[in-house]
Design a protein around this ligand. Structure first.
Ligand SMILES: [Zn+2]
Length: 493
């Protein structure tokens, strides 16, 4: 038995005007064939696939297709879109006869020429393999699930968690569903779009006080039924100005499940989520108030989530909004903040470690939303941000954010990276030679996922109201292509 596996991953943000190019995919790593099996056997969904397939008694041959991944940013260029689609389809044609296809997708990739990249890919693969070869594709909880995706895949298992701490186990669940299909189960899918899009900040499935916690428990209990192949809620990446945008519930059972079970369960959960839509609206704090509260806290760590410039949500990462407030104070213990700024890193390299200079920081990638800040700084470190990320989004995921610099201004340590990446991760600060959990305050450019690393260890956490490509009040942005009516743009009965 031969099972083909591959990955196509990016969370697109259409408010970010920087296109995602071939160079962005190459920077995050493009792998093919046996390379992807060798490199990702312990990483994320591919690792979940590989480990599960290797444990099957008949030892199927695992056939690597392509792994295309880029860090969240603006829409994928049309030429790169063509390369991604052709790359995956050509790889599938090249490997010859296969018995099944297992893909790790995100579900919210948008190209300049195609708003539903994953739907397009699944349709092309289905056309190639025909109706009888099982096709299972895993999705992020922030996927925008479309009818075309549902029509062309047999099962679409979704992450159950945000922060995403079940990335690898979702791969395992995908492989398990595939096993059932190969054993003769025929999938019956119920799919409901909910005309709503919600902010990410409060959608914390790991917080027992959150509505999302109960949803996760329900989905997990459903999947314990032997006749359920997959059950998920996609609350969608909200910063997508595309047709068919909306949350979705997706329930797939085997053909011998109780009649109507998938449809009824799906409809009931969709109704419950709709009823609780206002539970997702976050309470945001003014930047000045959050920074003052951090400064007044004599010990312990304060984490400030700058969710509007979350690089994990596809924002540009060059906001100085919180930094501008941090530099108004002297910090007896370090204040840690990040920026994406390749030009600043290059300038710091030219000046050299130990030198002092007045530098202009930020707002190079998104001058529409941000203002540059000019500051006297000391260049404290130049380093390569290469580390292995585990926690939110990742299980042993290699990260390389390029050459980076640490600039210091009165106790404020500014980690400037050449490329975007997880600008919340403790590992980023540690690789920079800093101690994130011993800091006075740390700015996490992440709306919710940062909590996986900091919730247990922070003395206080604030989510601030700030500018950027990933604001929680996204409905105030000029969206033109979304379907209407859609909550919270519109009030619906
Ligand atoms: Zn996500």
């Amino acid at each position: 038995m031969r099972i083909a596996i591959g990955q196509l991953w990016q969370e697109t943000n259409t408010l970010n005007l920087l296109p995602t190019t071939r160079a962005d995919f190459e920077a995050f790593g493009i792998f093919e064939g046996t390379q992807l099996i060798d490199r990702f056997a312990e990483t994320n969904e591919l690792g979940g696939f590989i480990q599960t397939l290797r444990a099957w008694p008949e030892q199927p041959e695992i056939v690597g297709l392509m792994r295309f991944a880029a860090w969240p940013s603006g829409p994928v260029t049309s030429s790169m879109f063509t390369m991604l689609m052709d790359g995956m389809v050509d790889a599938l044609e090249r490997v010859g006869k296969i018995d099944a296809v297992l893909l790790a997708l995100h579900g919210s990739m948008v190209a300049e020429c195609e708003p539903d990249v994953e739907g397009h890919l699944l349709a092309r693969i289905r056309q190639l393999i025909g109706p009888n070869i099982p096709l299972v594709a895993t999705l992020d909880l922030h996927a925008n699930v479309t009818q075309r995706m549902v029509d062309n895949a047999d099962v679409l298992p979704l992450y159950h968690t945000a922060p995403h701490v079940d990335v690898m186990s979702t791969g395992k669940r995908g492989a398990k569903a595939l096993r059932r299909l190969l054993d003769g189960a025929r999938p019956v899918t119920a799919f409901r779009k909910i005309p709503m899009v919600v902010p990410a900040e409060r959608a914390n499935t790991q917080d027992p006080d959150s509505f999302s916690f109960g949803v996760r428990k329900t989905l997990e209990s459903w999947e314990r039924n032997p006749f359920v192949l997959s059950a998920g809620l996609a609350t969608v990446q909200p910063w997508l100005d595309i047709p068919e945008l909306g949350s979705a519930v997706l329930v797939t059972t085997t053909h011998d499940a109780p009649p109507g079970w998938a449809e009824t369960s799906c409809a009931n959960l969709a109704k419950e989520v709709w009823t609780h839509r206002r539970d997702y609206l976050p309470t945001l704090v003014d930047i000045a108030d959050a920074v003052r509260a951090a400064h007044q806290q004599p010990d312990g760590l304060t984490v400030i989530s700058d969710s509007a410039d979350a690089t994990t949500s596809g924002s540009t990462g060059d906001s100085t909004a919180v930094l501008s407030e941090l530099v108004k104070y002297a910090w007896p213990r370090p204040a840690l903040v990040t920026l994406v700024g390749p030009e600043t890193v290059a300038e710091a390299k030219r000046l050299g470690v130990g030198s002092e200079a007045t530098m202009t920081l930020g707002a190079t990638r998104n001058p529409r939303d941000f203002r540059p800040l000019t500051l006297p700084v000391k260049i404290a470190n130049i380093f390569d941000a290469k580390f292995i990320l585990s926690g939110h989004l990742a299980e042993k995921l290699p990260i390389d954010m390029g050459r980076c610099a640490v600039l210091v201004h009165r106790g404020v340590h500014i980690v400037v990276t050449s490329r975007s990446g997880p600008h919340f991760a403790p590992q980023l600060f540690q690789t920079a030679g800093l101690a994130p959990f011993a800091a006075a305050v740390l700015i996490a450019k992440s709306p919710c996922g940062f909590r996986a690393a900091y919730a247990e260890r922070a003395r206080q956490i604030f989510v601030v109201k700030a500018p950027g490509c990933a604001p929680s009040d996204f409905w105030k942005q000029p969206f033109k292509r979304i379907p209407r009516p859609l909550w919270p743009w519109d009030e619906l009965p």
